[in-house]
Design a binder for this molecule. Structure first.
Ligand SMILES: [Zn+2]
Length: 203
């Protein structure tokens, strides 16, 4: 199961989302929001779905940016969860990191969470494959007219971020969950293929 948690970015109308992936006894958070306040929201949401703080086993950061990672130390101290991030972004987070992830690795929680390295937005940017769902972080933005790559000003290497989207083509998923914009509960793979075709025809 997946629950989205919406964190308001200070002073802006924009939202950054975390996600809780969970079953009856275990939860994994994907991204921690920007602050201690976001970490508290995640703990409150655990309660709403009938889990305790200690049931949060792991927080996976899709990448190092502040609006995804700023709350991670607070979340770790509130719940005792471990923290994982791709090795390409791990050094930026320091000693809060317990696990340095690699492309293709399957995290053995909730039936298996597969790490897909999609560099460009940051060097260690990842997506997660969870059942039929792709948790995309900032790899894709959920625009009202379609999925799109993140804005170039927010990317370490925009050309690489766009090129890396090809890595998602061969994966089996239907839903796409994004940190910014509208989630696709079904039909997400078809939308991704439309985006890849558009990129291919305009390059
Ligand atoms: Zn980002």
């Amino acid at each position: 199961m997946i629950r989205a948690i919406r964190h308001r970015l200070l002073g802006l109308l924009e939202i950054a989302k975390s996600f809780l992936l969970y079953d009856e006894e275990t939860a994994v958070a994907v991204d921690a929001g920007h602050s201690r306040w976001c970490a508290r929201r995640i703990v409150d949401t655990l309660g709403e779905i009938g889990l305790r703080p200690g049931d949060l086993r792991l927080c996976i950061l899709t990448h190092r940016h502040w609006d995804h990672s700023g709350g991670v130390r607070a979340l770790k101290s509130l719940t005792g969860c471990e923290v994982a991030i791709h090795e390409g972004d791990a050094d930026a987070l320091g000693d809060v990191v317990d696990h340095r992830l690699k492309d293709g690795e399957v995290i053995p929680l909730l039936g298996g969470l597969r790490v897909i390295h999609v560099p460009g937005h940051t060097p260690g940017n990842i997506c997660l494959l969870y059942g039929e769902s792709l948790i995309a972080g900032d790899t894709l933005i959920g625009g009202h007219r379609g999925l799109k790559p993140p804005a170039s000003i927010y990317c370490d290497d925009y050309a690489e971020a766009v090129r890396s989207l090809e890595r998602l083509r061969g994966l089996d998923f239907d839903a796409v969950y994004v940190s910014h914009g509208v989630d696709r509960l079904r039909g997400g793979k078809e939308e991704l293929l439309r985006l890849l075709n558009h990129i291919g025809s305009s390059s």
